[in-house]
Design a protein around this ligand. Structure first.
Ligand code: HEC
Length: 131
């Protein structure tokens, strides 16, 4: 009895792991549509437009860790977390990947190692902004 419970827990944990990659891949687009599109589709206040390769080239060059972290903290007209206070870093990061890939990049959703780098850059940036 106990054993079968343990086994079924294991199975559900591994199914979750299997699907988390796939659901992340979709969530970039859905987060974009729900949270980012209002500014990044029309280019409100100088927001780099989805698909504007010329504008995105410089951002892509700056790098995935940098622009994900800086966007998450907020920069000039770009509100922190896209203006959605409960938006997590990995969902935010996935929507950045979606936008960048529509605009000339070939990025992947960040793995754990990259998420740690993004977190570190967020911390660094927040400390800098507080000064
Ligand atoms: C209220 C409008 C608004 C919303 C909503 C918004 N952005 Fe932005 N975003 C901007 C503007 C304006 C800039 C340009 C900031 C600048 O460089 O002056 C920007 C810049 C960025 C950048 C570049 C940051 C950098 O380092 O230069 C990223 C990445 C970004 N946005 C991602 C997102 C994502 C992802 C979302 C949704 C989760 C989002 N934005 C929602 C207005 C918005």
């Amino acid at each position: 009895m106990m054993r079968s419970i343990a086994v079924s827990c294991l199975i559900s944990a591994s199914t979750l792991l299997m699907f988390s990659g796939a659901s992340l891949a979709n969530s970039g687009e859905s987060v974009y549509k729900q949270v980012c599109a209002s500014c990044h589709t029309p280019g409100v206040a100088g927001a780099p437009k989805l698909g504007d390769k010329a504008k995105w080239a410089a951002l892509i060059k700056e790098g995935q860790v940098q622009i994900t972290a800086h966007g998450y903290v907020g920069v000039r007209g770009m509100p922190a977390k896209g203006g959605k206070p409960d938006l997590g870093v990995s969902d935010f990061a996935a929507s950045v990947v979606y936008m960048a890939n529509q605009s000339g990049a070939n990025w992947k959703n960040p793995d754990d190692a990259m998420l740690r780098k993004i977190d570190a850059e967020i911390q660094r940036r927040q400390t800098q902004l507080r000064k």
